[in-house]
Design a protein around this ligand. Structure first.
Ligand SMILES: O=C(O)c1cc(=O)[nH]c(=O)n1[C@@H]1O[C@H](COP(=O)(O)O)[C@@H](O)[C@H]1O
Length: 239
């Protein structure tokens, strides 16, 4: 993956997406289409974004019985997206089934979409992990365990907080993708995110790709915010 920034297109309609993308008309982006947009606009949105030259992370976080995930992935592979995801909590059989589905659905001659697993959502705190999910191990250990399961299942990487990247790299290797949301500029509101870092910190921690939504999409000047993101990632720390 040569492009380290994924812009989360968390919008409710194609119109809002087009308005947001207008200043980026000469920039080829790596964009994320999540549940909000995909459930409204479906696969035509994917086709249009591809036509505009953008790379696509289709973030539907599949989590179901293995057969259902396999069949769903078969269909998603036909869309020609670059990256898809599942919840690692679905288990190793489900993750393997996701890969099988992707392989079956990828048109001949095309490259199978990369598949990554969400370890623990970046909106989850240590306290939630313990009191709500009833997982007694610390966050880092839990994330590392889920990352190991994803690796054993043959997946290409995980979604995690950049805070957990150094341990995952050590355990799963440099080629294993670490895709990290929960990115905020230093002065931004965290909103519903908990395990948050700045773009500069994410780079220092070794994240392969960072997912950035509201810090760009809700910025007064999204294009300037994207430029700031590039600047910070490349070493320009702002306080
Ligand atoms: O899979 C994801 O992309 C994801 C996993 C996760 O643990 N946390 C997380 O925030 N995300 C997504 O990343 C994006 C983050 O958006 P912002 O908080 O606005 O930057 C959203 O589209 C989330 O759905």
């Amino acid at each position: 993956m040569d492009q380290p920034f994924i812009v989360a297109l968390d919008f409710a309609s194609k119109q809002e997406v087009n308005e947001f993308l207008r200043p980026f008309s000469s920039t080829s982006l790596f964009v994320k289409v999540g549940m909000e947009l995909y459930y409204q606009e479906g696969s035509t949105m994917i086709a249009e974004l591809k036509e505009q030259g953008h790379r696509i992370f289709l973030d539907l976080k599949l989590h179901d019985i293995p057969n259902t995930v396999k069949q769903a992935m078969k269909g998603l592979a036909r869309l020609g997206v670059d990256l898809v995801n599942v919840h690692a909590a679905g288990g190793t059989q489900m993750m393997q089934a996701a890969l099988e589905g992707l392989e079956l659905g990828t048109p001949s001659g095309a490259r199978r979409p990369h598949c990554i697993a969400v370890t623990q959502l970046t909106s989850t705190s240590e306290q939630m992990l313990r009191d709500e999910l009833w997982i007694a191990r610390p966050m880092e250990e839990t994330v590392l365990h889920y990352a190991s399961l994803a690796k054993e299942s043959g997946l290409d990487g995980v979604v995690c907080s950049a805070k957990e990247v150094p341990l995952i790299r050590e355990r799963c290797g440099e080629q294993f993708l670490t895709v990290t949301p929960g990115i905020r500029f230093a002065n931004d509101d965290k909103n519903d995110q908990v395990r948050v870092v700045t773009p500069y910190e994410a780079r220092k921690l070794g994240a392969s790709l960072i997912v950035v939504g509201r810090s760009i999409t809700r910025a007064f000047d999204p294009y300037a915010a994207y430029e700031r993101l590039q600047w910070e990632w490349n070493g320009g720390e702002r306080r």
